[in-house]
Design a protein around this ligand. Structure first.
Ligand code: MMA
Ligand code: CA
Length: 175
């Protein structure tokens, strides 16, 4: 294909117009820092995580991030708030995740509802989507509600108690 002098001139003009813009877009790189955009973003995110950790707003376990909203609410409001934030109510799958949630309960001395519910069989609990629990951390003699306590709260020592769903508890979400 033959390039007309007019088209060639146009391309040249556009190129030299765009070049400084591209250079500017990739400019904000500190001295001695790698120009790699992924590296910059990772640095930015880890600094933001540092702030959130400092403010006791997030914990992490196995790649899962747990976060508080700073409010308390009943179980259904907690579900709603976590969903609005793009997450879901915290549901521990192992001791590490349980400990990451316990950190908030202990720090703010306030029990938290977990993302668990009683199944159709009284005293049997499951994840909210019906999945069977492979890890539990019941307090001694819990669950005790026999169908009357459909939610699960975490005590300050990290153990669980089945509880009615209408109490005000610390909102802890997972992302
Ligand atoms: C409360 C309530 C129950 C819990 C018992 C433990 C009296 O009921 O929190 O869920 O099992 O205390 O004593
Ligand atoms: Ca109970």
């Amino acid at each position: 294909m033959m390039l007309s002098p007019q088209l060639f001139h146009k391309i040249l003009g556009v190129t030299f117009f765009l070049l400084p813009l591209c250079a500017q877009a990739s400019k904000p790189v500190a001295d001695g820092e790698m120009g790699d955009i992924n590296h910059q973003l990772e640095r930015r995110i880890s600094r933001l995580e540092g702030v959130l950790r400092l403010e006791k707003m997030i914990t992490e376990s196995g790649g899962k991030i747990f976060a508080i909203s700073g409010e308390r609410a009943d179980f259904n409001t907690t579900l709603q708030k976590c969903k609005e934030a793009g997450g879901s109510i915290a549901a521990p799958r192992n001791p590490g995740e349980n400990d990451a949630i316990r950190y908030f309960v202990k720090t703010f001395n306030t029990y938290a509802y977990l993302g668990l519910k009683e199944s159709l069989i009284p005293g049997k609990f499951q994840f909210l989507n019906g999945t069977k629990l492979s890890y539990t951390n019941w307090h001694l003699n819990e669950p005790s509600g026999k169908g009357e306590e459909g939610c699960v709260e975490m005590y300050t020592d990290g153990t669980w108690n089945d509880k009615r769903c209408n109490q005000n508890r610390l909102i802890v979400c997972q992302f």
